[in-house]
Design a protein around this ligand. Structure first.
Ligand SMILES: Nc1nc2c(ncn2[C@@H]2O[C@H](COP(=O)(O)OP(=O)(O)OP(=O)(O)O)[C@@H](O)[C@H]2O)c(=O)[nH]1
Ligand SMILES: [Zn+2]
Length: 300
């Protein structure tokens, strides 16, 4: 049988071992990875071969500029690849977890991805002041914060589209923060796309747990991912963890010991900066938690 040439596409949906790959004609095709190990994520560019049938085989994943993921003792969860901008969604209510936000920021910095925190439901003004106060440590660490109400489509577009431009942005957030509402404001035909992806993947209509890439009407792409409850960072070494805290940066290298872990060592520049009020105690506490977790893991 003659071998068909490979064609290039982009992964726009993942459902178990099924991949939705969009080709240059805009059609999404169901594909399977060659071999057992499926390592492509939504956002990846891949080489696909069709052997005369509808379904393709992913022969090769092209080099990616980054991959955002989390990992705990059990498994690794890939969010998306080739991400230019992370939109971390929180809301005035229900309360968000600063721990999870802090962890996502560490993962994003380790993957070299710029982040914006989207404070949604700004119309619920009675909770606004408290949400702003809880975001202050992140703002002080240099993370831009955009306040909006996703129920206001025009406002949402005005506030977010200029940041996204022609980039690939990833929506990430806990359940209930308004990710779906945001997606629908930015991608009016999102439901139709979801449907098309699901048909291509035989995944049924109600596969909201899948990660999907949508095209924005003007330019740029938006990846929607399922909400998450935890965010382990077992894949990061101590250097990547300290690098995950932007406000540590001016002080790194000034500690007395070259291998300082910034917890109890004398002459630690990070602890001195904390004492001087230049590093927030809750941010340093998160740093210590992540480090301790990873050390406990290594003892197994
Ligand atoms: N007042 C107000 N309510 C909002 C806003 N955005 C979303 N909501 C509401 O918040 C609830 C959760 O919104 P969703 O968009 O379903 O949240 P989600 O983050 O996608 O949640 P999951 O589907 O559980 O992952 C819904 O009842 C929305 O109508 C907003 O800007 N203001
Ligand atoms: Zn130190």
């Amino acid at each position: 049988m003659p071998t068909e040439p490979t064609v290039q596409g982009r992964v726009v949906a993942v459902h178990g071992r099924h991949y939705g790959v969009e080709l240059s004609d805009g059609q999404v095709h169901k594909c399977f990875p060659r071999g057992k190990k499926a390592d492509a994520a939504v956002g990846d560019y891949v080489q696909v071969r069709f052997q005369g049938n509808e379904e393709g085989v992913i022969e090769k994943r092209l080099d990616r500029k980054n991959l955002l993921y989390r990992s705990d003792e059990m498994r690794t969860k890939q969010f998306a690849a080739n991400v230019d901008l992370l939109l971390l969604v929180v809301a005035t209510t229900p309360a968000f977890s600063d721990d999870l936000i802090g962890r996502a920021l560490v993962a994003a910095r380790a993957a070299d991805i710029d982040t914006i925190i989207v404070l949604n439901k700004a119309d619920l003004t009675e909770s606004l002041a408290e949400a702003r106060a809880r975001l202050a440590p992140f703002r002080d660490a240099g993370v831009p914060i955009v306040e909006l109400s996703a129920l206001d489509t025009a406002q949402t577009k005005a506030k977010l589209l200029e940041h996204i431009g022609g980039k690939t942005a990833l929506l990430l957030g806990q359940s209930g923060m308004g990710k779906s509402t945001l997606l629908n404001a930015l991608v009016p035909d999102a439901a139709a796309h979801t449907q098309a992806h699901s048909v291509a993947l035989d995944a049924g209509k109600h596969t909201t747990t899948a990660t999907r890439l949508y095209h924005l009407p003007q330019s740029g792409d938006l990846i929607d991912s399922p909400g998450f409850q935890n965010f382990g960072l077992f894949h990061l070494d101590p250097t990547a963890i300290e690098g995950g805290f932007a406000e540590f940066e001016p002080f790194l290298g000034d500690c007395r010991f070259y291998n300082c872990t910034h917890r109890h060592e004398p002459g630690c520049a990070i602890l001195a900066a904390k004492a001087a009020g230049n590093i927030k105690p809750e941010r340093h506490a998160l740093y210590e938690r992540i480090l301790a977790e990873n050390e406990a893991q290594q003892r197994y």
